[in-house]
Design a protein around this ligand. Structure first.
Ligand code: AMP
Ligand code: ZN
Length: 508
């Protein structure tokens, strides 16, 4: 039986799915306005372990992730610059191209660290009509108010359990950091569901804005269609608040809410949708608890009248050399940086698995060195000639699963794995078989034999040693010397390509 820590109850609970042997899981995905660093990736490795452990427990998992490609303001509040527009300015590209560029970097990183991609990937810009529908349902039900020239806001005083997830004290909040600096906001925690673009006031048009109301509702507003819509609808042209996308897309993908509610405004109270509007698990970073997830719960539960999510899973941060990883401190590394320094990206995965997901993880290059060595040792166990057939040992597998079922204790699972590798009572084929079975969850690709990536390709010794020499230079950051060796390798008739999973050698 899987036990999971639920932020809602602040305790480890037995996991029970709503439908037998089937789990709906929603992960808040990245805002694709810049490179995703290894701190972000830690969080998705945590989700990947959760998915793989659920599957090992016999569940069929529908894993949904959003890509935020619109409307996430820098401050997490409802003021400040839009992250996408900021990224576009920085790189001199359109917001649409920025989204494409950094989504690719995200998936490249995800693939490199052995994460299984989600079952369904939803882009916020593809679900604007659903987000508008949800705002309209909340308007109909009396949970909203409008601040002219600003946006449509959720009135948190109408939702009595607003602080259930964050357990914040509203009085403390008033004194604290979340200052109510938007004129017209009724309560300090109120948040925007829809922001107006101010285009009617002659301010510059945004690159991403949509019609809200009118014949083109939910469609992009462009200069071509601007005059086709009656004037009264122009004031509400705008973009969704950050939180509404996750409510809309998770309810769309994992519940019957939308299919049972369209046309939404007229029939949203139909009784047959009762109890089909709750999601099993929702995940995010710990910083999502106080604002983003709290707001998602308020919006969704106010709209559906049902519990939104049964289990809330939150991942702790990655810090680097004792400080939080951030660009301004210059301690910001991507998976691509890790690879450029000559490490296997799966060594990063191994390192991340050594820390429980609810604990802060301190990243150092020395610890990555150690993780790479451990990974190579495990691979050598698999590579050694085995006597007898590969079978897995049930007693060790049981211990391993017990560790993972205890709130995803990957650190304990790794130590069980090493104990098993050293078990003198096991035959080599049993050790290898058990290791490979464990690797189905650990995702370290232990079968990988760097020398046999290209089957039937005989690499001469001279080339082999040049490749190793070049890797050493790359690891030391001496790319000039590495390039010189690449040329020598080319002279000998071979091409080296630096893929995220390591150097790949082909014959010219
Ligand atoms: P950002 O787009 O940089 O604000 O980050 C998006 C999300 O990634 C945050 O809300 C966090 O949940 C997560 N995240 C950012 N930095 C880290 C970090 N250093 N360690 C773990 N997760 C992080
Ligand atoms: Zn979200």
């Amino acid at each position: 039986m899987l036990r999971l820590y639920n932020t809602l109850s602040r305790s480890v609970e037995d996991f029970k799915s709503i439908k037998p042997l089937s789990v709906g899981l929603y992960s808040c995905g990245p805002t694709v306005y810049d490179n995703q660093h290894i701190g972000h990736i830690k969080r998705y490795i945590g989700d990947d372990v959760l998915v793989k452990v659920l599957k090992a427990n016999g569940y069929n998992v529908k894993h949904v992730m959003n890509i935020t490609d619109v409307g996430h303001l820098v401050s997490d509040e409802d003021t400040g610059e839009d992250k996408m527009e900021k990224g576009a300015k920085k790189y001199g590209m359109s917001v649409w191209d920025i989204a494409k560029k950094f989504e690719k970097q995200f998936w490249d990183s995800i693939d490199a660290v052995g994460i299984t991609r989600p079952t369904e990937i939803m882009h916020a810009t593809d679900y604007i009509p659903d987000q508008i529908a949800l705002v309209k349902i909340l308007e109909e039900k009396g949970y909203t108010y409008e601040i002219p020239g600003d946006g449509i806001y959720f009135d948190t005083s109408k939702f009595p359990t607003y602080f259930a997830l964050s357990r914040q004290n509203p009085e403390e909040l008033k004194k604290g950091a979340r200052v109510d600096f938007i004129e017209g906001k009724r309560n300090v925690a109120d948040f925007a569901l829809w922001k107006f673009s101010f285009t009617s006031k002659g301010e510059p048009r945004r690159q991403m804005e949509w019609w809200f109301g009118g014949p083109l509702e939910g469609k992009l507003s462009t200069s071509e269609n601007w005059n086709q819509v009656p004037t009264e609808f122009r004031e509400k042209v705008g973009f969704p608040g950050w939180h509404i996308e996750c409510s809309a897309m998770s309810l769309r993908a994992l519940t019957d809410f939308f299919s049972a509610n369209l046309p939404y405004v007229q029939s949203y109270l139909t009784p047959q949708v009762k109890n089909l509007q709750t999601i099993d698990i929702h995940t995010g970073g710990i910083d999502h608890i106080a604002i983003h997830h709290t707001n998602e719960i308020a919006q969704s539960e106010a709209a559906t009248g049902e519990k939104f999510v049964n289990y809330w899973v939150h991942h702790n941060f990655l810090i680097v050399d004792g400080e939080k990883m951030s660009k301004s401190l210059g301690n910001f590394y991507t998976v691509q940086d890790v690879v450029a320094k000559g490490y296997d990206p799966l060594a990063l995965r191994y390192l991340i698995l050594q820390t429980h997901y609810r604990q802060e993880m301190n990243f150092t290059w020395e610890s990555l060195d150690a993780a790479q060595t451990a990974l190579e040792r495990l691979r050598s166990v698999i590579l050694n000639e085995s006597e007898g057939s590969l079978v897995h040992d049930h007693t060790w597998m049981k211990k391993f699963m017990e560790a993972l079922n205890d709130d995803l204790n990957t650190a304990k699972a790794l130590s069980v794995m090493w104990e098993m590798v050293k078990d003198q009572d096991l035959l080599p084929g049993e050790i290898q078989g058990t290791l490979l079975e464990m690797d189905k969850i650990l995702g370290l690709n232990l079968k990988l034999n760097p020398k046999s990536q290209i089957p039937n390709l005989k690499i001469p010794e001279e080339v082999q040693s040049l490749i190793s020499e070049r890797e050493a230079f790359r690891k030391a950051g001496d790319f000039g010397a590495a390039d010189e060796i690449r040329n020598k390798i080319a002279d000998l008739g071979f091409t080296v390509e630096d893929k995220l999973e390591g150097p790949v050698i082909t014959k010219k």
